[in-house]
Design a protein around this ligand. Structure first.
Ligand SMILES: C[S@@+](CC[C@H](N)C(=O)[O-])C[C@H]1O[C@@H](n2cnc3c(N)ncnc32)[C@H](O)[C@@H]1O
Length: 388
């Protein structure tokens, strides 16, 4: 039996025995295919049991539900024609199908702990970061003594999982060496840093060193003691300003909601350390707003404060993206889950691709013309990157 047929057979058996946790289909054959990836879960609706497909576009997700037979046909078509990687997670293990080479290959990874599958649609979703026995989630106050999500921390738990799903999707397109070095700038209370460590070491079984960089000593001390208690030996937190952090070995640079130009400082560090992947969720950047040209007809758009703020943010982030492109990065902008205390929910990811360096001059021209169009004198990044 071919690997694809075997994979589809396993999906059918898992769905029929209520053991299906999640299917992820990714790695587009043609990068122009609009849907970046597809995830599938089992759901119980009033009309019966379905497989729920989430089609992830750059700026939106579309969900469609299908009965099992139809679902199997759709999945087979997706992995035969459009995507090169599929993972089936069941309660007993994980099948990974790859159609990268001449022949499709399938591999099975056994699950150590049995995971009960819950089909109720809204209440308990299957998440990559499981709440159950994770000591660090208790220590961070996300779960209670019994391992249940604290009601007030539901949004945080959802955010953690959304973030991990996004990372899961992005890293499939990157070849890493045996050990991955990750620096998380402005790690704060560490929710996302701990979850990332858990994801790589326990879910992906990959070897990582993660350093959280944070300016506030009390947060650094607290995170280090939780890492120690959780026996997360390769996770450490250091007290430092992002701009003065010294490191030279970084495969993945992350900065989530680092304040104002701290995001730019992180981008500069990521580029200088030649990170393969840079992920930033900008917080704000006030410098551009003051520079928007009041004489331009754009003033008709930005005469109200809220529009002006949004326009300035969009331009700021577009300039960040273009700056990364001039340095040889392939970029993407997508929506990150909204946070409780900030509406900033944009996530920029950038993957280094040496061949893109050939387009540097074109990208520089685009950067300069964008600046000119909006009457912008200078973006903070220009103090560090050669982008004028
Ligand atoms: C809004 S929190 C985000 C925390 C975490 N990254 C997250 O998304 O959950 C921003 C954190 O960045 C830290 N921070 C801001 N500017 C910094 C800088 N220049 N150097 C180091 N840390 C910084 C703050 O102290 C704060 O803990």
């Amino acid at each position: 039996m071919g690997a694809i047929k075997e994979f589809i057979g396993n999906v059918g058996k898992a769905a029929e025995s209520n053991a299906l946790v999640r299917i992820s289909i990714s790695d587009r054959r043609d990068s122009k295919t609009e849907v970046k990836s597809v995830t599938v879960r089992a759901v119980k609706l009033k009309k019966g049991e379905f497989l729920s497909f989430v089609y992830r576009y750059t700026t939106k997700d579309i969900t469609k539900n299908h009965l099992l037979d139809e679902s199997l046909e759709i999945i087979e078509k997706l992995i035969s024609e459009d995507y090169m990687q599929a993972e089936l997670q069941t309660s007993t293990g994980r099948w990974v199908l790859s159609t990268h080479g001449k022949r499709a290959k399938i591999k099975f990874f056994e699950q150590v702990e049995f995971q009960k599958v819950n089909l109720s649609h809204d209440k308990q979703k299957n998440r990559i970061i499981e709440i159950g026995g994770s000591e660090y989630l208790k220590s961070l106050g996300v779960s209670d003594e019994k391992g249940r999500v604290r009601p007030k921390m539901n949004h945080k738990y959802r955010q953690i999982n959304k973030y991990i799903e996004i990372v899961d999707d992005i890293i499939k397109n990157i070849q890493f060496k045996e050990e991955i070095n990750i620096v998380d700038m402005g790690s704060g209370k560490g929710y996302l840093t701990f979850a990332l460590y858990d994801y790589f070491t326990n879910h992906k079984k990959m070897s990582v060193n993660i350093t959280g960089v944070e300016i506030r000593k009390e947060l650094v001390d607290k995170c280090n003691s939780i890492a120690k208690a959780s026996k997360f030996d390769n996770l450490k937190f250091v007290e430092s300003d992002i701009s003065s952090f010294e490191g030279d070995n970084c495969d993945v640079l992350i900065a989530l909601h680092a304040c104002d130009t701290a995001t730019d400082d992180a981008i500069v560090k990521g580029v200088r350390m030649q990170s393969k992947l840079i992920i930033v969720a900008p917080c704000c950047h006030k410098q551009i707003r003051k520079q928007l040209n009041p004489e331009s007809p754009l003033n008709l758009v930005s005469r109200f404060g809220i529009y002006q703020e949004r326009l300035a943010e969009t331009i700021t982030d577009s300039m960040r993206v273009l700056a990364l492109e001039t340095c040889g990065y392939k970029t993407n902008v997508e929506e990150f889950i909204a946070m409780e205390h900030t509406p900033k929910n944009i996530l920029i990811s950038a993957i280094f691709d040496r061949s893109l360096m050939e387009k540097r001059e074109d990208k520089l021209e685009e950067y300069v013309s964008l600046k000119k169009f909006f009457g912008i004198e200078k973006h903070y990044l220009e103090n560090f990157l050669e982008i004028y």
